[in-house]
Design a binder for this molecule. Structure first.
Ligand code: PGA
Length: 249
């Protein structure tokens, strides 16, 4: 299936005004005309800063989370409309760190995806198993359950979404899934999407995330159902991020 790959950086809770500017300037200096779509998902306080830095460039702006609610008494949250004020095009939902440290359920994640879609924003919906779940042979069941909630709430719009498979044991650990391990799970997700929405499933970009770096990106991205990457640590180094972008064609 011919569709542009997507390389999205997830800066997590890293950076600051000075570091962000240096990182973005280095990325923009080296990026040229990329063959793939590129985004950076930055901490909320820096959305305006990075919006200004990326204006008119091939790099789209992303957020790391979005509220399931439209407005009101939800201290600490940002609505999709607020993010839209800063030209945010992508919002990560259901990252495993949100599921783990903030108790986000499959239903909450699905509602966040809906909130983003309602605002015309592309949710990057994350799924993935823990090491214990993989060792117990539960990988397939876990990712299918997580994706099912999102499909159930948003089936109609599924081709406007991005799915990210991020095995929890591979995030920030340097332990990447092998291309074969990742492809096997991506194929499961693709099949599940096909059952839900037929041929439109082939339009959905399924990203891999979890210690993707300049050295292993090309092999992962060569797999049939790997349509891009969600990059944590390596997205904080311009040279590494640029190498991953160059590998995505
Ligand atoms: P990592 O993070 O690339 O540092 O493993 C990926 C992610 O959590 O999105």
């Amino acid at each position: 299936m011919d569709k542009k790959k997507l390389i999205a950086g997830n800066w997590k809770m890293n950076g600051g005004l000075t570091a962000n500017e240096a990182l973005m300037r280095a990325i923009l200096q080296g990026i040229g005309a990329p063959a793939c779509d590129v985004a950076v998902c930055v901490p909320a306080p820096y959305l305006a800063q990075v919006q200004a830095l990326t204006a008119g460039s091939p790099v789209a702006l992303g957020a790391q989370d979005v509220s399931a609610h439209a407005q009101g008494a939800y201290t600490g949250e940002q609505s999709a409309a607020m993010l839209g004020d800063f030209d945010v095009r992508y919002a990560i939902v259901g990252h495993s760190e949100r599921r783990q440290y903030h108790g986000e359920s499959d239903e909450t994640v699905a509602a966040k995806a809906t909130a983003a879609l309602t605002q015309g924003m592309t949710p990057i919906a994350c799924v993935g198993e823990t090491l214990a779940q993989r060792e117990a042979g539960e990988t397939e069941a876990v990712v299918k359950r997580q994706l099912a909630a999102i499909i159930h709430a948003n089936g109609r719009c599924i081709s406007e979404m991005v799915v990210a498979y991020e095995p929890v044991w591979a995030i920030g650990t340097g332990k990447t899934a092998t291309p074969e391990q990742a492809q096997a799970v991506h194929a499961v997700l693709r099949t599940q999407l096909r059952h839900a929405v037929g041929a439109r499933a082939d339009l959905v970009r399924i990203l891999y995330g979890g210690s993707m770096n300049a050295g292993n990106a090309a092999q992962l991205l060569a797999q049939e159902d790997i349509d891009g990457g969600l990059i944590g640590g390596a997205a904080l180094k311009a040279a590494d991020f640029l190498q991953i972008i160059a590998a995505a064609h």
